[in-house]
Design a protein around this ligand. Structure first.
Ligand code: MEV
Length: 438
């Protein structure tokens, strides 16, 4: 077991690696070399990455891929996607290509409101709390004017502050439930700064409030923090076409395909075990765009799954229907994204990703990202109800298996050719490699 270390964060990168090598890697030079191999030779670029987080010892690469041919609201996009899972980008590209000849994707932002809360306790009556809140509400707004000034110029700011009485659930517990418009910023810092100021203001105003007893004057702030549940920061997207323009196979007519597709989505609407995997597939597309554009995919994940449970049961984020020979497939989910601030102006690949998307504002990025999720889900269900997922997935996974076996370029070429007409399974790849190598 490694010893307790203090002052680790103050060690240089090289000394951190030395410590790791000594206590975790048996002083194995290979481990050190692996970490150092991933350092960038451009010192400035490396330093930039080192400083994104703490205790950085190396870089962890993820592929930066693109999916072309996305027609969204009649404009063509190439989507940047950062994801390690094989076949996701291919699936997105395939879905984009399919829908671009069928009117493309339509997307629309429904609302862009974000939420933050100050959680506090007050020992007086709910009536006293409400009277006090009504009195100090203007003061709460003005106390953050120094924080909101720039945001206001851009069209954002604090929308409203509400007092919520939660005393039936936890003794003396109240919230300031605050709503914000943060325009093109994800807005976490802005929201949290406002909330912390509200907390200070409510405490100092309570101290001065004559109607409060000494204990009532003592408001305890439990915490002040934004919420990643943003059901009012909502975007929807859909595709639609005549049933006859849907795929068909030897065993499925286009109509049967449409009906099977709708049933598959319906299953994810009523069966949580399926819904989780179904939505995971949606998040394959969404997270990949979110990550490539420098947004916080954990926040997006948390918000999306909470939204999927909003009716008390975890369910699909997408819906499909057939009406009068028209097939429609849609998605609706919250996406609190930003195109300014954070990594967007720091990470060179994030800047490039946003450039690739022609510098979208946050609303446009919400639309594009929702479309990525819908496209991914279309591709997954298409495979699931026809060939099954493994056929395409294993084809894409072939390269990973070949790399595991350190296949040479020549071996890769021969085996890719072989597996064009043969089913890819791990054992078959191994057996073909062995055969090639005699
Ligand atoms: C795999 O990453 C995602 C899928 O399982 C999604 C789905 O089942 O819909 C293929």
């Amino acid at each position: 077991m490694a010893p307790v270390v203090s002052g680790f964060s103050k060690l240089s990168k090289t000394d951190k690696i030395k410590w790791l090598a000594e206590h975790h890697f048996n002083n194995d030079q290979n481990a050190i070399d692996t970490l150092v191999t991933y350092w960038n030779s451009d010192h400035g670029l490396q330093q930039l990455h080192d400083e994104f987080t703490e205790n950085t010892i190396s870089n962890y690469y993820l592929p930066f891929s693109v999916a072309p041919n996305f027609l969204i609201n009649d404009k063509r996009y190439t989507l940047p996607m950062t994801i390690e899972e094989s076949s996701v980008v291919a699936a997105a590209s395939k879905a984009a290509k399919f829908w671009q000849t069928r009117g493309g994707f339509k997307a629309e932002v429904l609302s862009t409101i974000k939420v933050g809360q100050v959680h506090f306790t007050f020992t007086g009556s709910p009536k006293k709390a409400q009277q006090f809140f009504s009195l100090i509400k203007p003061e709460l707004f003005s106390s953050v004017s120094h924080i909101t000034e720039n945001m206001k110029k851009r069209g954002g700011g604090v929308i409203d502050i509400e007092l919520r009485d939660k005393t039936t659930e936890i003794d003396n517990y109240y919230q300031l439930h605050c709503t914000f418009e943060t325009v093109d910023a994800m807005g976490a810092n802005f929201i949290n700064s406002c909330l912390e100021q509200f907390a200070k203001t409510i405490q100092s105003e309570a101290k001065k409030h004559n109607d409060f007893s000494n204990t009532e004057k003592d408001i305890e702030i439990i915490m002040s923090i934004l919420s990643n549940y943003v059901p009012q920061c909502l975007v929807k997207a859909h595709v639609s076409c005549s049933i006859k323009d849907l795929p068909h196979t030897k065993t499925l007519s286009s109509r049967q395909y449409a009906e099977k597709f709708v049933r598959a989505v319906r299953i994810a609407e009523i069966e949580p075990y399926r819904a989780v995997t179904h939505n995971k597939g949606i998040m394959n597309g969404i997270d990949a765009v979110v990550l490539a554009t420098g947004n916080d995919f954990r926040a997006i994940e948390a918000g999306a799954h909470a939204y999927a449970s909003r009716n008390g049961k975890y369910a699909s984020l997408t819906h499909a229907e057939i009406k009068d020979d028209t097939f429609t497939f849609s998605i609706e989910l919250p996406l609190a994204l930003g195109t300014v601030g954070g990594l967007t102006s720091l990470h060179p690949l994030v800047k490039l990703a946003l450039q690739l998307l022609e510098r979208p504002n946050a609303s446009k990025l919400m639309e594009i990202t929702a479309v990525a999720g819908l496209a991914q889900n279309f591709a997954a269900i298409n495979s699931l109800i026809t060939t099954g997922i493994q056929q395409g997935h294993m084809k894409m996974h072939l390269m990973n298996i070949l790399n595991q076996f350190k296949a040479t370029e020549r071996e890769k070429e021969q085996l890719v050719k072989y597996f064009k007409t043969n089913a890819v399974t791990h054992s078959e790849v191994v057996s073909q490699i062995e055969k090639l190598r005699g």
